[in-house]
Design a protein. Structure first.
Length: 576
């Protein structure tokens, strides 16, 4: 413990120095980052992390200070790609459906179109940027050490979190939330407190995105190897070595398809850590023989451990939104404000026309080009329906894009589903079912949220950004034919609002679960029933943390890195 403190003290000074001397608008020149095609066929490390995403990057950066670390990422580098860096390009990556796109589209069995990351930095390279911590009650309930959690949040914040530049439209939503009774007004804060607040963002004041890949600037370059275009196919286990199967290597392929093997060096503290995200982590466990035995056998996968909970308890928080056309021009914004209600609904907003894959006007976060199509029920969101909506959108007048969306996400959710393998390739999406609104309380939270959103729209503060619909029938007609939702006036009863929630459900991309704490991993994130293997990422969450998860995913990567090193150094101390 004494040694660990000394070491972390030294790290901290190093970080301050580094931070002070770092030029943030320049892409870092990571000497430790390589194309997997140039990697040796066989290599050895103390830690092998699979997935250089929102959790994997902070974890690798931390472990590299006292061990040799290999980070395998199936995607490429985010640096130098304006689709990722520029706020106004939010939709560009999500509408790029090529096999090398930084985002891989998937459609749940529910019919909702969704996306998963395929790039160093993971979801933090695709997302809407909102940065906000989990509530202290959440931290306590999970069992994290509150002080280390706070230090770990701050560690991430020093590099990637900013105060947003508030425009008039977002300010009007904030004031409208306060008028609607979402109180108190908590000003700007990263903290999760009931009421209305302005949260953090990973976009800096110039609109440039900072991502989890930037947290690799904290790394010890001599302790870290990052391989890009390195897709893990399988975790290797020594089956007979001990009472439990022991993870000891990873098979991965580079972009040319060549196979490589990375093994753990000898040493009882060395480990493989899966940080492949809520779809990738349960999928890789199953492909490696850890999962429901019957399902594995159906795919001819040798069963290492029958673990029926792998891929179970998957959830996605439903998102519902209303478009409000504006008589005044509005700023381009992603999420900046949130109303944290007492009834378990979070109300957020985004505005302005966004680029989404072509130089045409677009609805950004709500564009059919990225798969969002709330005007038809989920199962009818076919490629044809998307194409039709995109076509319709391209014929609309500029005025139709002037406005913004107020959206709601419900807490939890309580409803859960499951994930199953479709094929034996890690490149193919598994099938996943989220069962949106299956539990009545989830549906009630949505209905209550819509009512509060209507109050915001009807508030005095928001009035200058909305038309009086009755006096502007032409505009109503125009936007009613657009692929977006207007204020749902004809949903005038509780029953019809329930239908509205189900019919217009979209994703806010906060899906999680599949390797939950307490069922697949223990409280130290160790996979139950095998040795030398952990899962650390959003797949371990029982419910989504805070109003939006990324801050807590980054925090978890750092937090577990510190804990794993403490354990390692304590055991080395003991050995002396
Ligand atoms: C469009 C979008 C908008 C969002 N908006 C917000 C927001 O505004 N605020 C917020 O807080 N959250 C937001 N989120 C959610 C947040 O970004 C995610 O919850 C978070 O990034 C998940 O982190 P993770 O580490 O669990 O997974 P990821 O960040 O997805 O990391 C997993 C990594 O593993 C890699 N991988 C997977 N399989 C393999 C394999 N077999 N071999 C090698 N590598 C592999 C992937 O390429 C990926 O880089 C958004 C997400 C999306 C997609
Ligand atoms: C990046 O660093 C490597 C080795 O440290 C060096 O060879 C290379 O020239 C650098 N590239 C840039 C663009 O600075
Ligand atoms: C851990 O790292 C510190 C500084 O980074 C170094 O002084 C120390 O020797 C390392 N300890 C081990 C066991 O590698
Ligand atoms: C962590 O920080 C939050 C504020 O961000 C505070 O409310 C909480 O008490 C802190 N927890 C600990 C254990 O210091
Ligand atoms: C890495 O290798 C792949 C395949 O060989 C290639 O397509 C890609 O351009 C390479 N990337 C870099 C950054 O060299
Ligand atoms: C599994 O193996 C059997 C026998 O070799 C074969 O008939 C079957 O098609 C395989 N199934 C899958 C899903 O690969
Ligand atoms: C905050 O809201 C939650 C519901 O989301 C409620 O359970 C809790 O009691 C509220 N806390 C305070 C301090 O009002
Ligand atoms: C940016 O996105 C567009 C639209 O999806 C795509 O055509 C283009 O190739 C992308 N650019 C890069 C550098 O990935
Ligand atoms: C409403 O819009 C449609 C096209 O979407 C158009 O054909 C029709 O004439 C419009 N009606 C009115 C009253 O403006
Ligand atoms: C609700 O709307 C429907 C049609 O949109 C209408 O027929 C009905 O009278 C309305 N009910 C109430 C209570 O306003």
């Amino acid at each position: 413990m004494g040694l660990a403190c000394k070491i972390f003290g030294a790290c901290f000074v190093g970080i301050l120095f580094f931070h002070g001397s770092c030029v943030s608008d320049r892409a870092p020149n990571y000497s430790f980052m390589h194309n997997a095609t140039s990697a040796p066929t066989i290599s050895y490390y103390d830690y092998i992390i699979v997935g250089g995403g929102t959790a994997g990057c902070p974890l690798a950066a931390t472990l590299s200070h006292n061990a040799s670390v290999l980070l395998l990422e199936r995607g490429g580098s985010p640096y130098g790609n304006p689709n990722i860096t520029n706020l106004a390009n939010f939709g560009a990556t999500l509408s790029d459906l090529s096999s090398t796109s930084p985002s891989q589209r998937f459609i749940s069995e529910d019919g909702v179109i969704n996306a998963r990351a395929r790039i160093l930095g993971g979801g933090s390279c695709l997302n809407a940027g909102f940065y906000t911590r989990a509530a202290p009650e959440y931290v306590r309930a999970v069992g994290w050490d509150g002080r280390l959690a706070n230090e770990s949040y701050q560690w991430a914040e020093r590099r990637v979190a900013f105060k947003p530049r508030m425009g008039q439209w977002q300010s009007a939503v904030r004031d409208g939330l306060v008028e609607a009774g979402v109180l108190p007004n908590n000003g700007f804060t990263y903290d999760h407190i009931n009421g209305t607040k302005v949260g953090g963002t990973i976009f800096d004041q110039d609109g440039n995105r900072h991502t989890a890949a930037d947290l690799l600037e904290y790394a010890n370059p001599s302790g870290l190897t990052v391989l890009l275009h390195a897709t893990a196919y399988k975790i290797l286990f020594a089956i007979k070595a001990r009472p439990k199967p022991v993870a000891h290597g990873v098979i991965y392929r580079d972009a040319s398809g060549a196979k490589h093997r990375a093994y753990l060096k000898r040493g009882s503290k060395n480990e493989i850590i899966i940080s492949s995200g809520a779809l990738g982590s349960p999928q890789l466990l199953m492909l490696s023989g850890v999962g429901p035995a019957e399902q594995l056998r159906a795919h001819n996968i040798t069963v290492v451990l029958d673990q029926p909970m792998v891929g179970q308890l998957m959830s996605d928080n439903p998102m519902n939104a209303i478009f409000i056309p504006s008589p005044l021009p509005v700023e381009v914004s992603l999420i900046q404000v949130v109303g944290i209600t007492q009834f378990g609904t979070y109300i957020e907003a985004a505005s302005g026309e966004n680029f989404a894959g072509s130089p045409q006007r677009d609805y950004g976060m709500f564009s059919p080009k990225i798969g969002q199509l709330s005007t038809v029920p989920p199962k009818q969101r076919t490629p044809e329906a998307l194409a039709k909506a995109t076509e319709l959108m391209s014929n609309l007048d500029q005025q139709a894009f002037q406005g913004g969306f107020i959206l709601e996400k419900i807490m939890g959710p309580i409803s859960t589903g499951h994930l199953e393998l479709r094929t034996r390739s890690p490149k193919d999406n598994p099938s996943v079912t989220f069962n949106y609104f299956k539990e009545p309380q989830d549906l009630q939270r949505c209905v209550d949220g819509i009512s509060t959103m209507e109050k915001v729209i009807d508030s005095k503060s928001f009035s200058k950004f909305r038309f009086d619909y009755m006096s502007v029938p032409q505009l109503l007609n125009m936007t009613a034919s657009a692929p977006v939702n207007l204020l749902p006036r004809h949903y005038n009863s509780s029953q019809s609002l329930q239908d509205f929630c189900k019919d217009t459900v979209m994703t806010i991309w906060h899906y999680h679960g599949g390797c939950q704490v307490g069922s697949v991993v223990d409280r130290d994130y160790k996979v139950i029933g095998v040795d030398a293997l952990r899962v650390i990422d959003g797949s371990t969450f029982n419910v989504s943390p805070g109003t939006n998860p990324q801050a807590t995913v980054m925090m978890l990567g750092r937090y577990m890195g510190v804990n794993i090193l403490r354990e390692r150094l304590a055991s080395e101390d003991q050995a002396k």
